[in-house]
Design a protein around this ligand. Structure first.
Ligand code: SF4
Ligand code: SF4
Length: 305
């Protein structure tokens, strides 16, 4: 394992966009972020799945910028409009100190939200924090649009992978997230993640220690895509833990897209849960169907939740 991965930023292939630009020299690619770590919010978060939030909360680090451009993004203030919303830039050493502060505050884990475009500086921060005694698991909470090569390079640093599986339809992925190659990329990333950490393992109190938890946000009007995702996961591994999320609400530019310009109905969500049960998926997390407002953050407030 290298001591520092920073040299990778000189020809950026952090994520599957493979822009090849020199972030160390200030060049910016599709994600518009530099080589320091842009952080939008750090704090204990209780709104994740029970094995991640536990009783004391997940030590969440919301990173600014993103390598997808989802038209419905509920975090658009920090993923797309981060220059306007504001953020701080931290060095890997400074982020390592924040990780240790979260652990001292009782966090069950360190939860890196939207890490894909920053995988190498984050790897440096994790290594520094481990050297300084960080003992809790690291959660890689990504959109699933991850580079297998980058994941292989940092093998051993992540304890819990929590990727999305958003789409298995190329046209939909292109239209809604500007990544028509998302399906193949995400399938390969999930395989790599499973090979690194295996299925989700919980401690005696039900808190996650290690493993894979896949999230799928159900989009209204795209139930066929959701069924394809569940079907893939059933063949991927029946034991995979899957969070089937009903919390969609039409944010950001969603009003320009008729099919997703509404919340999900209870009937639509229940039909998907029935489908997951028919597929014999063994480990699924479900949400209350009226949860769409509960999860909407406002990153212009000190506490966004
Ligand atoms: S929904 Fe997630 S993946 Fe999509 S733009 Fe927002 S932060 Fe990025
Ligand atoms: S991380 Fe950003 S600059 Fe690097 S390849 Fe991905 S989109 Fe391009």
């Amino acid at each position: 394992m290298k001591n520092s991965f920073m040299e990778e930023m000189a020809c950026c292939k952090c994520c599957p966009r493979s822009c090849g630009i020199n972030r160390l020299a200030g060049e910016k690619g599709f994600c518009r972020t530099g080589s320091d770590i842009p952080v939008a919010h750090i704090g204990l978060h209780h709104g994740e799945e029970p094995p991640i939030s536990g009783t004391r909360g997940s030590g969440t680090i919301f990173l600014a910028g993103c390598n997808l451009r989802c038209v419905f993004c509920q975090n658009y203030q920090i993923s797309q409009e981060f220059e306007e919303t504001g953020y701080r830039t931290l060095t890997p050493g400074e982020l390592a100190s924040e990780m240790l502060r979260l652990e001292a505050g009782g966090a069950h884990n360190i939860n890196l939200v939207s890490p894909s475009h920053l995988i190498f500086p984050l790897a440096d921060a994790i290594q520094l924090a481990r050297k300084r005694g960080l003992a809790i698991p690291i959660v890689y909470n990504s959109n699933g649009y991850d580079s297998v090569d980058a994941l292989r390079q940092i093998r051993g640093l992540i304890d819990i992978f929590m990727p999305d599986l958003k789409y298995l339809e190329n046209v939909t992925a292109g239209e809604l997230s500007a990544a028509s190659d998302y399906p193949d990329i995400a399938k390969a990333a999930l395989r790599e993640m499973l090979s690194q950490v295996g299925n989700l393992q919980l401690d005696g109190t039900g808190v996650a220690k290690k493993g894979l938890l896949v999230r799928h946000l159900v989009l209204p009007g795209y139930l066929e895509n959701s069924r394809a995702c569940l079907n893939f996961l059933a063949h991927f591994s029946r034991e995979t833990h899957i969070s089937i999320m009903s919390q969609y609400s039409p944010q950001y530019n969603a009003s320009d897209y008729q099919r997703i310009n509404r919340t999900l109905s209870e009937r639509e969500y229940n039909s998907l849960i029935d489908y997951a049960l028919e597929l014999n998926l063994e480990n699924i997390f479900i949400q209350e169907c009226n949860s769409s407002k509960e999860y909407l953050p406002d990153f212009q407030r000190e506490d966004p939740f």
